[in-house]
Design a binder for this molecule. Sequence first.
Ligand code: FSO
Ligand code: SF4
Length: 537
Amino acid sequence: MFCNQCEQAAKGTGCTAIGVCGKQPDVAALQDLLVYALKGVGFWADKARAAGKKDNEIDRFVIEGLFTTVTNVDFDPADIEKVLRKTAVIKDKAQLLAGPVAGTIPAAATWQPAADRAGLLAQGESHGIHNADVDTDIESIRQVILYGLKGYAAYADHALILGRESDEVYAFTHKALAATLDETLGLMDYVGMAMETGRINLVTMELLSTAHTDSYGHPVPTPVNLGTKAGKAILVTGHDLKMLEEILKQTEGKGINVYTHGEMLPAHGYPGLKKYNHLAGNFGGAWQDQAKEFPNFPGAIIFNTNCIQKPADSYKDRLYTWGLVQWPDVKHIDGWDFSALIDKALACDGFKDNPGQEILTGFGHNAVLGVADKVIAAVKSGDIKHFFLVGGCDGAKSGRNYYTEFVEKAPKNTIILTLACGKYRFNTMELGDIGGIPRLLDVGQCNDAYSAIQIAVALANAFECEVNDLPLSFILSWYEQKAVTILLTLLHLGIKNIKLGPTLPAFITPNVLNFLVENFNIGPIGDAETDLKAILG
Ligand code: FSO
Ligand code: SF4
């Protein structure tokens, strides 16, 4: 196996014998084959669209297929084999839709699945991401695009679950998948496509943001308790709000308290979700602490997206997956009936009353722009000197203490906007406020980067300048492909001087990195104090 798609890539180059994330070589081979087969589907679907034909089943399938291969989503070889066999059927459907086409037909477009698992594994091993025949810079930029597609596929899937989809997103996905097979394209063609991937992610994040706010209202600043309430308990982790809503509905009046975990924390800010009294609080920290924290959760636990890790026996029996997340031998709930999860929660001990610290969430663009006058006045008077967006994913590397230190040491006249699971490095710090504006503003999940962009654009409009001219710096942490797609969005918007850590992606070659440095002045994080001084002058 060879996989380099996330920040944990072994030795900073790629996982070979086994994934640092726990991905086994068979799963890696099946996922590689799935990506290869999806490129084939993309080729035909793109040709079909050029002939004015499209098919919603194909469109949705490609999005789900890509999301299946994102880091920490599907670790079950049996499930991926099922998806692969369906991919072959979808590919035939897309080919039929496209009709006869002129020109070269890439091998991925004519792939047929082997009859058994061993055959599929052999196929997967010969279609990994490393291709000796391809120039390393081309391979690098194709990976940037592929990982960008995977990242926004996750957001498109959440939007679809709320009944929203975009033909523009589907059309580009097919086109970009097909382009990764095209031997006639050069480096700058792919660079343009990478920027377009960022634009399409912006479209997708907007779609999801609107789906969330139309369904549950705009987030409002809300205190979230980190302690526990007496009663039975369910822990929901992942990113899917619709699934949380269903669990809240189905547990009403049953003496079960529902807790959020990880990226579900911002759910507390939505009026349509916070109205449930049994949405009790948030349990634990970011995803990489689950094996340490889940044994202490005396109830049922369910994942609705990444980031799942190998479950310990101490809680495996109380663990469930839903949607595209799968782990072999962990019970999977298909559809919207959560009675098995609820029964498990009722059979567990539950919590005693133990109130904890309260932290704030719910500072989406609507809430922040609601006090825009106050914010603008504070900038003009000098009370607010600078804004930092310290956001992105968390992870296990010790270098991530940088983000804790950065926020800790940021001067008292600065505001920290944050989003995604990286916030757990500092979201219990008491940072105080500036004239009533909290210094730490939790904008939401990783996909709420859309909201952060709206805030930045509104500030730029108010000060009649460009976003790059604002007293605003982006200090980002990355882990998996959603962070890649968000980074591409920021580059598409022309945002400069981003600091990225804890390490730079293994799939970026020196030449591609040079391009990013020359055009966007993107750079690695250094030492928190030195970086702060350099930014603030
Ligand atoms: Fe984190 Fe995991 Fe939200 Fe990611 S929980 S790491 S970038 O899935 O998507 O921020
Ligand atoms: Fe390694 Fe990350 Fe790939 Fe897992 S997803 S195998 S940790 S590079």
